[in-house]
Design a protein around this ligand. Sequence first.
Ligand SMILES: Cc1cc2nc3c(=O)[nH]c(=O)nc-3n(C[C@H](O)[C@H](O)[C@H](O)COP(=O)(O)O)c2cc1C
Length: 326
Amino acid sequence: MHTRFTQAFGLSTPIALAPMALASGGALAAACAQAGALGLLGGGYGDLAWLQREHALAMSLLPPEAMPRLGCGFITWKLDEDASALDWLLDQAHRPAALMLSFGDPRPYAARLAARGVPLVCQIQQVAQLPLCLDAGAAVVVAQGAEAGGHGMNALEGRSTFSLVPELADALAARSPATLLLAAGGVADGRGLAAALALGADGVLMGSRLWASAESLAARGAVAAALRATGDDTARSAVFDVLRRKQWPAPYDFRALRNGLHRQWESRVEELREAPEAARADYDAGVAEGDYERAHVTVGEAVGLMHDAPAAALVIQRITQQAQGW
Ligand SMILES: Cc1cc2nc3c(=O)[nH]c(=O)nc-3n(C[C@H](O)[C@H](O)[C@H](O)COP(=O)(O)O)c2cc1C
């Protein structure tokens, strides 16, 4: 299945693995790259030791012909505090297939990526963020709708994938036609991939669907809880960021399963921010015990389309085949 995205990155399907912090490790990124997709390691908050370990694992698993499909992603505002993981990655002999930056200004990193010949992928949530990506010379823009699992634009300011993608496709056609566009948020089967292409995207970036795969680093109990859920069972808020002691900047919050602890605090987030200790203790105990009524389960609305957790290659093969038949 070929698009401008597959041609530019040497892929056999227009799918990218989202660089999911603590889930898109070396095994998952390698499995996706080997299956013909773009495999982005979840560099997340920039933990150097984690990235060194997972990058080495991916490289050990990949046959030489699939190595050019291995890349990485980082959370931009966290890189602004410490970019040592990015520095390390750019110093490696293996040149990343792509470097994805989300949630912040990509421009300070653009020159280093260009000098190393690494294509920049910028994930955005609003049309107003497009000029920053174009100024940074992004090769690919990812349009992330608020359906997405994990972090994204908060409920007041976020957009949905179905209207954001064609609006960005039109904006790119007018202003930067060579820049590629991926759709993210809510894509978990061939219908979603076919719809994204119909809306003007060159491919999709998938998180939740590949989070529930054999190679994902997601806790098995969390995956089991997700597979029992429907798309009605997630919510977007700052609750789990406060509980996890993450200092996310204002426009962003987090979609996860709307479990018991979330329900307890979702209408009292300011109160939680002011006195988080007891709730954090509850959350920490939930994590330690694998109790997903208290620990977070990071998935988006696409969770209602997910009914198993097979090998990532099978997920990619199924979605590609279903989309081809559309
Ligand atoms: C478990 C999980 C972790 C995520 N972590 C990151 C991250 O570290 N950096 C990032 O840019 N996006 C992250 N995301 C968001 C993805 O990049 C992507 O936008 C999203 O998964 C797409 O929506 P979907 O989950 O419906 O496929 C994460 C998503 C999930 C589900």
